[in-house]
Write a protein that binds this ligand. Structure first.
Ligand code: FAD
Length: 416
């Protein structure tokens, strides 16, 4: 039976959020033959771009601004996509199928895609408003940060997660003195195992980064008469002097539009495997969505480019009436110094952790197992472990632990 709402190549599709997922969905709709109007609304002043380089190559000056763009600006007009930058969606009226925009206009839609992403979490502590206390979510944030760090500058990074550590590595590459302040007693505590935490701490220390673990950041302080941050006060009373602060303590979904109009939300906008929300005419994709993860039998909100791309594909396919794309394994990456970390899956319900290779060689992989099934793999400078581990994970194929632990047996043979 054909879908009464979608599978309609002439519908007006309005996409709210012109980031990685929204920009991709617009391009895919045209690629899949959508003939109707496509309107792409973005509050940022520039065309959709990639965020990963903001903490890595771009921050270090190894990539130019143009290389961040998903598509050249002309692409949108050439493909009859009405891209409206510097425009914010303010509210939704699901009954009337309209969106109120920040320019005061109302935009009617047949199908809506929420692609509003997530925003950096602020610390509700004294001094949070001081100049020099920064976040890293947008290209504008990155410009500000890049203009601040340089040789001899003292940078305090609050949060020892992936973004915090990438900023620390880039800061060192630019000659800044870097201290990382982490609330937990180890780095990457929310996202990685202890082996990885220990490894990254040692590697960063070799590159001159200083760590304060179990650090309770109480306030940012500024010199009298100057609205600029000069230090971070910790719970034990110490003051860490600095010229700038980057707060990297996580992100929260921009799901207010969905909440306010009564869509089902959890930790983000709840969707199915077509990326469809509780309203059949509305989809939600990327960081804002709370989505099913069939290989784990649970729902989760992911913050990764592969997820943004996968859900853009799911929504665009459903809208034009194409078969759903095959399920993909969740994965992401992080670059720090000469280390390439590739992660597939999430360590849910794990009963054993197996290390393949020697961390001292800076080339190893950590497999998280549930019985003899791979739940996730974290691979440092080890693409075969990542690739084959991802396949084992997605295929739910049992593996011999003895063979997996033996680096003299190739991953191809292990997976055979
Ligand atoms: P976004 O790309 O954030 O786009 C959302 C857009 O919606 C934004 O432009 C926002 O301004 C706009 N918007 C929000 N509300 C409204 C509104 N009401 N009206 C109009 N527009 C609105 N992922 C990886 O896989 N690997 C990495 O190495 C990696 N590194 C990263 C490094 C950094 C510094 C950051 C910030 C993220 C990184 N990520 C990485 C995560 C990845 O970039 C995100 O998962 C991805 O951008 C999600 O795409 P999205 O479209 O959901 O959100």
């Amino acid at each position: 039976m054909s879908d009464p709402v979608t599978a309609n190549l002439t519908a007006h599709v309005v996409i709210l959020g012109a980031g990685h997922s929204g920009g991709t969905a617009a391009a895919l709709l045209r690629q899949y033959g959508h003939e109707g109007r496509i309107t792409l609304i973005g509050e940022e002043p520039i065309a959709p771009y990639q965020r990963p380089p903001l903490s890595k190559a771009w921050l270090k000056g190894e990539a130019d601004a143009d290389s961040l763009a998903l598509k050249p600006l002309e692409f949108y007009a050439e493909h009859n996509i009405d891209f409206r930058p510097s425009t914010r969606a303010v509210s939704l009226n699901r009954g009337a199928k309209t969106v109120a925009l920040s320019d005061g206009s109302q935009l009617a839609y047949d199908i809506l895609i929420l692609a509003t992403g997530a925003r950096a979490i602020a610390l509700p502590i004294p001094g949070a408003e001081l100049e020099g206390v920064m976040f890293l979510r947008t290209a504008a944030d990155a410009e500000q940060l890049k203009a601040t760090i340089g040789p001899g500058k003292r940078l305090a990074v609050v949060g020892g997660g992936y973004i915090g550590l990438e900023v620390a590595a880039s800061g060192r590459a630019l000659g800044a003195e870097v201290v990382v302040l982490e609330r937990e007693n180890r780095l990457l505590a929310r996202v990685a195992c202890e082996t990885l935490s220990t490894f990254f701490k040692a590697y960063h220390e070799q590159h001159g980064v200083v760590f304060e673990l179990s650090a309770n950041v109480e306030a940012f302080v500024g010199a009298d008469g100057n609205g600029h941050v000069t230090g971070v006060r910790l719970g034990d009373g110490r003051a860490i002097p600095c010229d700038a602060v980057v707060v990297g303590v996580g992100a929260t979904p921009n799901d207010e539009l969905a909440r306010d109009c009564g869509l089902t939300t959890a930790r983000g906008v709840v969707v199915d495997l077509e990326a469809r929300t509780s309203d059949p005419a509305i989809f939600a994709i990327g960081d804002v969505s709370h989505r099913p993860m069939p290989i784990y039998g649970r729902m989760f909100r992911m913050e990764s480019v592969p997820n943004a791309l996968e859900q853009a594909k799911q929504a665009a396919s459903a809208i034009v009436g194409r078969p759903a794309p095959p399920g993909e394994a969740p994965w992401q990456w992080s670059d720090q110094y000469d280390l390439k970390l590739q992660i597939a899956g999430y360590a849910f319900d794990v009963d054993e952790i197996l290390v393949r290779g020697d961390p001292a060689s800076n080339k190893f992989a950590v497999f998280h197992l549930k019985g003899d099934l791979v739940q996730s793999v974290e691979a440092i400078n080890s693409p075969p472990e990542f690739m084959m581990g991802k396949q084992l994970m997605l295929g739910r194929k049992p593996v011999s632990k003895a063979r997996l632990a033996d680096p003299s047996i190739s991953m191809k043979e292990v997976a055979a």
